[in-house]
Design a binder for this molecule. Structure first.
Ligand SMILES: CC(C)C(=O)/C=C/C(C(=O)O)=C(/O)C(=O)O
Ligand SMILES: [Fe+2]
Length: 301
């Protein structure tokens, strides 16, 4: 069965944060994302040519507010809208007053029913006049978002059937890594089985392997807690580093992700549920790893 609509990429992740100015400083001054838009209660930051890669909203509780996917063309956006409407999803237009800040011409939002995560879809995104210049940490782009899910089978069934995601690899009853076809990245979204639904982490892809080592040492000097890595993931082959943001939510820097061809891609593997699958270098995460961040679900007004 073909994909119900064609993706271009994961375009942005929206997080609720408890101290907007502290998180703004962390992601811009420490990680080098470029502030691309500001309103009293939210700030947009970018790490590619798009206007927003990460949007931070001042809120009482930290967590995942929304994930924004760019589709391959306006025709795909129309197909996606009809697809979700045909499945009786509640399809809500992006409020007109938000389009300017998001810098998208039009789009819609649907809730993933098993977790309440708000998925936003759009096609045309404003590219800012000034080209994106990788900042301090040499981030190349937003990479992926990973969810903690209580019922991984139910959630994956919905994402595959209704949201058109393709599996790249599995760890039985523990994790699934998913591509937004035809985007080649091994995963733009992943699920990890957990006691409760929540944010697992947000990933940024850096430009060279040395950016992992340089960032590690700089974050240590700044007193940022590193909770896993440097190490190397078996699923995507990425070298990784995980650390905590001011709310204790987990961010990942990675380099070297497997890419899939549009035609003739390999089949997903069922990988062993072992520490070496998570880290080929034998590391272990700290307890704080991927422990903070609720699913905000409903767009808190
Ligand atoms: C679930 C653990 C942390 C794991 O194995 C992560 C794998 C990868 C990868 O292979 O790149 C991720 O980055 C991820 O799951 O986000
Ligand atoms: Fe990751």
């Amino acid at each position: 069965m073909g994909a119900p609509f064609l993706y271009r990429q994961l375009s942005y992740v929206a997080l609720n944060v408890s101290d907007l100015s502290a998180s703004r400083a962390f992601y811009s001054d420490l990680l080098g994302l470029e502030v691309s838009g500001e309103q009293p209660e939210c700030v947009a930051l970018r790490c590619d040519d798009h206007a927003a890669s990460l949007i931070l909203y001042q809120a009482s509780e930290p967590g995942l507010r929304r994930v924004g996917f760019q589709l391959a063309a306006k025709a795909e956006l129309n197909k996606a809208r009809q697809h979700f409407e045909g499945l009786n999803y509640q399809v809500r237009d992006i409020p007109a007053e938000e389009l300017g800040f998001l810098r998208v011409a039009e789009g819609f939002r649907v809730y993933e029913p098993t977790t309440g995560v708000v998925f936003e879809y759009f096609a045309s995104v404003m590219e800012l006049g000034r080209p994106y210049q990788p900042g301090l940490a040499n981030i190349q782009r937003l990479g992926h978002v990973v969810l903690r899910v209580a019922d991984i089978d139910a959630c994956w069934a919905v994402l595959e059937r209704d949201f058109g995601l393709l599996s790249s690899d599995f760890v039985e009853d523990k994790a699934v890594w998913a591509r937004c076809y035809p985007n080649p990245l091994h995963h733009s979204l992943a699920l990890v089985k957990s006691a409760e639904n929540g944010l697992h982490h947000v990933n940024f892809m850096v430009s060279e392997i040395d950016d992992i080592g340089r960032t590690r040492n700089r974050l240590l000097d700044e007193g940022v807690e590193i909770v896993f890595g440097p190490g190397r993931h078996k699923p995507s082959g990425s070298v990784f580093l995980y650390f905590l943001d001011p709310d204790g939510m987990t961010a990942e820097f990675s380099f070297g992700m497997e890419e899939f061809p549009v035609e003739g891609a390999r089949e997903p593997r069922m990988l062993e549920n072992s520490a070496s699958t998570m880290d080929l270098w034998g590391g272990r995460p700290k307890p704080e790893f991927s422990s903070a961040g609720k699913i905000i679900g409903e767009d808190a007004e």
